[in-house]
Design a protein around this ligand. Sequence first.
Ligand SMILES: [Zn+2]
Ligand SMILES: [Zn+2]
Length: 488
Amino acid sequence: MATNRPKGGFYIDVTCPGCGGRLDLQEDFFVLQCSHCGSILRVIMPDTPPAYIIKSDKPKREIRFRVDRHLKDQGLPLTQSDFSLKKIYYPYWKVDALEVKTRGESLSRIETKKTINILTTEINTIGIGQVGQVVKACVSGGVDEPKYQSSDLSVNLVPFHVNQIAGPVVDGVPYSIGMRTAYMKMTPYTDEDIDDQSDFIPVMKQWTEVLDQLSGRLAAEGMRYADPNYVPGRRLVQATGSIVYFPYFICNTGSQKILIDGINGRVVHETKLRGDEQPTQYADPHIEFGKLTVDFHRCPTCGIDLPLTQSHIYICHNCHSVISLEKNNPMDDGVYYSPGNHSRHDPLFPFWVFKLHKKTVAKIAKMAVPGQAPDRIVVPAFRIANFKVLRRLTQRITAAFPQFDRELVETFSKDFQSVDISLPEAITHAEMCLFCEKAVKQPNLSPDKVKINPRSVELLYAPFHEENYFYVDSVINAVTFAKNTIVQ
Ligand SMILES: [Zn+2]
Ligand SMILES: [Zn+2]
């Protein structure tokens, strides 16, 4: 239902470039103040997926104690002098995306949940090939191709978070670490993390491969389905990936090999040691990771500190330059606002304005006469919890846009709301609005095939005032949205 990413959990540990002090950073918060020296800082995410590590500092004796307790529970002899232990860091791909859901798919959604549970819980007891069979058995109720009778297709964007193994299949290592990537503290992985105490299992799977598997363009390895043409897939947009190294201890004692979870100390798996077992060597394909960087949050033109607000666009209060945090998409046309007719201090809400072909705009805004359509589509740049509301607001404000007068913004006052939606995300939202219109006639259309290429980009601030449960625009008094759909 919500188009926002959850704000909870996922702490990343980084250091301040001003004083070297440690910073705790929550996912999604890219501007922060150092609690040690007061510097205002900005975190810059890399283009290639970064790698994080969840560190385990459990001492050897604690792990041995856990193994002993497990052996005792089984009525087996305790560890002897031959006890040995190795810490491994096993890589997982953490995937964060938005999933496109269309009406008529509620059935498949419930079944997909089962799929995940089986993958995470039963992989230890049955082989991965069998898991495929089980999954297929679960889904075999069959999901009909969605058919859309109505002229108005119901589409929703739902946050999608999953993680899955990125390394080679290691006996007993779970396929997924579940929700733990959402609340465990991680630090960016660096070469300094490599020591004699632990083995890092190489990442074998490329990010593009993960995406192809999740989207159903490629079957997951080891999966067999009764119908060879069946590949389960999701329709994902805005997908980002990162590697998370998770700790395990491989313990050998007598003829037992026991795998311990490096965080909670629980036994994950155990097998009988074969006499001829050699330590496995993995050919490392040396997949490059991106680097997270932390920089001072300053105006690139005059060097003055920018405000501590999370926003994708700033106007420097000193030299009045427009500062965009977008790396690859410059904002060419500047920041405008519509003063409206009111002298009162209405909040000004930001919207991304994309110049497109009139036909495309007419389609998105459902204009009866395409020739009269404006050549710009207007998409909210503040967070709205519900895609249906976002789409309706996009349609209404796009149609009303020619009636909004525009003046260049010189400086932000407190009435200007922050830009929560990045430019790429807003483009995705616009594409999804177009997808909704197109998919009515093409039910098999894949959402990632719908692209818009704005010829120019600007930001428009429009004033809104409160009326009961709604915000109503203060320019033409016609564009509304419910107050409670704004995500603060
Ligand atoms: Zn500092
Ligand atoms: Zn400046």
